[in-house]
Design a protein. Structure first.
Length: 214
């Protein structure tokens, strides 16, 4: 869809000869020249990472996997095709190709309904969630060397995080966490000291019920 409005333009077409083929988990690469996306029947049935050059219409098959995310460090992160492992590989924005083999970053990512819970800021910092039934769910910072450090060891949520989610702001100074067990949405501000300060707590479910008159 053009920025000024108009008719939508089809960028990719699925292979209609293959049953259940879809394109999803799309991300526009810096500069707006190309997009990366997942092609396949699902995140667990032969998914592959593909890249489309929107100027030429050329499509390249990059690697088996799903849910690609580009990092400003010049890397592409994506989920392993047959597991819950987050991979990273160097990626060239000019040639739109991987310039090295993918390496594992995090094993055992939480992925409710097939969607992995990880988020990447524009500064290259990663947040993710792992299953921890009955234990405290605590957000962590992950350095580029793979070292994980709790943001605030004194903050956590005990319960089943299977359906919880988190998202990091582009600047890396806000972290949103949903906690459906308690019907809460928590917004946290990340200070320079990397300690968390609670700035917003809302019972979104109750608010929605009131607006709908239920």
């Amino acid at each position: 869809m053009p920025a000024g409005g108009g008719s939508p333009e089809i960028l990719t077409r699925v292979d209609t000869t293959s049953e259940g083929q879809i394109h999803w988990a799309i991300e526009v690469l810096p500069g707006g020249r190309a997009i990366v996306y997942t092609a396949g029947a699902s995140s667990v049935i032969d998914p592959r990472i593909a890249v489309l050059d929107m100027g030429t219409g050329d499509i390249k098959d990059l690697w088996p996997g799903s849910f690609p995310r580009y990092s400003e460090t010049g890397h592409l992160l994506f989920m392993e095709a047959d597991g819950a492992t987050l991979l990273v590989a160097p990626f060239d924005l000019e040639t739109l190709e991987l310039t090295g083999a993918p390496l594992p970053v995090v094993d055992g990512l939480l992925h409710p309904d097939g969607w992995p819970l990880f988020s990447l800021s524009q500064t290259g910092e990663l947040r993710y969630a792992r299953p921890a039934r009955g234990a405290d769910l605590t957000p962590v910072w992950v350095n580029r060397d793979g070292t994980a450090q709790e943001i605030d060891p004194g903050w956590g949520h005990r319960g089943d995080p299977t359906y919880s989610g988190l998202a990091l702001s582009p600047g890396g100074d806000r972290l949103a966490i949903s906690i459906p067990d308690d019907e809460r949405f928590v917004m946290l501000r990340l200070e320079e000291s990397r300690e968390m300060e609670l700035i917003l707590v809302q019972n979104l479910f109750e608010e929605l019920k009131e607006r709908m008159g239920n």
